[in-house]
Design a protein around this ligand. Structure first.
Ligand code: ADP
Ligand code: MG
Ligand code: ZN
Length: 487
């Protein structure tokens, strides 16, 4: 786009269309078609056997647990589970694929026609799931940073994956990352995938196109690969959308292609166009029987479904009167949701507890990349701290200091308050002295205030708080100041 034009207005002329293909590694102990371990981070090529390195004459045997996990995921995402599905060979040549074909599913996937819900601007939106199919992972090429050698680690070869394909229902990079987060939450609730994007157990290819607002047909899409964090889902899509808009605005045409996200440079680069796309010559896998799923098996698996994030969110809204946003955030991790409910059960006010957890607690946990399970204090201690605010022992501001100390040490809030002398001053005469002192020292500010500069109220409050080390009861302080200043 030419410089100096209103990019905001131009962007508004287009609607964004996004569909994601998400790969999730299943948390089975062994691989999809052999009994090698799936453990991450072992010595390269230590978890291989003739089956997964593709020696001639061997036969794959299906991992029942992996099929069960995929069905569980299908049920959790409202899919129809196919009573009859089968594996197919996807043929291509690459060093990390010793068989020269990947066992996948093609025309008959295991799960179809589902949906998940995301929350956008406090409203629930449904995102369609086209299909969920099973496949095996490939190995990993390792390229020397300096030098001219490349290595292949086949530990990951044959690890079970699910590919979850969404309908093109997403309308912004933000929606795409919300959808990813929701899928991750569901997978983790089910215990079928650890959702670790950095280690590659959850990966995503993002398909994106734009069309003029009001047009029915979709535009030509680009497929973005190599996205390995939530931040990059949004960044890669934002970059690509701007690129497509500027191509069209400059009179060009979008070509269907695969583009690689380069996170260091913050750009997407063309990898191959549709003309160069592989012809995978899919055909039914002759070495494996079809997957037959009986209604009894489905019912048996259904009985294992836990309360899922969306159900929990709805229950939280009804039971704890939380806004959609709070309920969505608090149910994103089962451990967080459980902890929240324990605090409320211990006597915490639902909305107050929600605010503390979404604010200070999550901030502290995120700083150290820590889970709520690793907290040094328990729900009852949390309620103990909230009581100190309620009965005016400490101000909300001091409570933040107390909370942080409780987080670091696991001590009771009451003990921290005593040790650090943080008890709120609720003695009128003591606050009055501090107020008088501040007003006496701020003659010119007092004059300006009386002349109408009411913003100075904040200044006076700040000065008294400073003098009392933040311990003055804020309500008493405010009342006293107003009285003294004749308000
Ligand atoms: P392929 O077989 O090439 O992978 P699919 O039809 O399976 O293509 O679609 C892959 C993904 O691309 C799906 O998630 C789908 O929602 C999405 N998609 C399809 N068409 C578009 C489009 N015009 N714009 C954005 N996404 C699209
Ligand atoms: Mg596809
Ligand atoms: Zn093996």
């Amino acid at each position: 786009m030419k410089s100096g034009v209103d990019t905001g207005a131009i962007m508004k002329k287009y609607e964004v269309v996004i569909g994601l293909e998400v790969h999730a590694q299943l948390l089975t102990e062994t691989k999809m078609f052999c009994r090698c371990s799936t453990k991450f981070g072992s010595e390269p090529n230590s978890q291989t056997c003739p089956v997964c390195i593709g020696m001639p004459g061997v036969l794959p045997v299906m991992n029942r647990k992996a099929v069960e996990y995929a069905i569980l995921t299908g049920l959790a995402t409202n899919c129809r589970i196919a009573p009859y599905s089968r594996f197919a060979r996807k043929n291509y040549f690459y060093p990390d694929l010793p068989k020269n074909y990947q066992i996948s599913q093609y025309e008959l996937p295991l799960c179809e026609n589902g949906f998940v819900e995301i929350v956008v601007d406090d409203e629930v939106k449904r995102i369609g799931i086209t299909r969920i199919h099973m496949e095996e992972d490939a190995g990993k090429n390792i390229h020397e940073e300096r030098g001219d050698h490349s290595f292949v680690d086949l530990n990951r070869t044959g690890v079970p994956l699910m590919e979850i394909v969404s309908e093109p229902d997403l309308r912004s990079p933000g929606e795409a990352s919300e959808y990813m987060k929701k899928l991750r939450a569901i997978l983790r609730y089910l215990g079928v995938c650890d959702g670790n994007m950095e280690q590659g157990s959850l990966r995503c290819d993002a398909n994106v196109s734009i069309r003029p607002v009001g047009q029915n047909e979709f535009g030509t899409r680009a497929e973005l690969k190599n996205i390995n964090s939530f931040k990059f889902v949004e960044k890669a899509l934002e970059y690509e959308i701007k690129r497509q808009v500027s191509v069209i605005e400059d009179g060009g045409r979008i070509i269907q292609e695969t583009r690689l996200w380069d996170s260091a440079a913050g750009v997407t680069r063309s990898m191959r166009s549709k003309e160069e796309a592989h012809d995978y010559r899919y055909f039914p896998e002759p070495d494996l029987p079809p997957i037959l799923v009986s209604q009894e098996w489905i019912d048996e698996i259904k009985a294992k479904l836990p309360e899922l994030p969306d159900e929990k969110r709805k229950r939280f809204i009804g039971q704890h009167s939380l806004p959609e946003y709070d309920a969505e955030l608090l149910t994103s991790e089962k451990a967080i949701a459980d902890w929240y409910e324990r605090v409320v059960e211990a006597g915490g006010q639902p909305k107050v507890v929600a605010n503390w957890m979404m604010g200070d607690l999550m901030r502290l946990l995120n700083e150290e990349n820590k889970s709520v399970d690793a907290l040094l204090f328990g729900p009852a201690q949390m309620v103990g701290m909230l009581k100190l605010i309620d009965d005016d022992t400490i101000s909300g501001k001091i409570a933040k200091t107390v909370f942080e100390e409780m987080y670091r040490t696991g001590k009771n809030a009451g003990d921290i308050v005593k040790e650090k002398g943080l008890v709120q001053i609720s003695d009128t005469s003591e606050i009055e002295m501090a107020v008088d002192d501040v007003l006496a020292k701020s003659a010119s500010e007092v004059e300006r205030f009386k002349a109408g500069d009411e913003k100075l109220m904040g200044f006076f409050v700040g000065q008294v708080m400073k003098a009392t080390k933040g311990k003055a009861n804020p309500k008493m302080l405010n009342d006293l100041l107003k009285e003294k200043l004749g308000k």
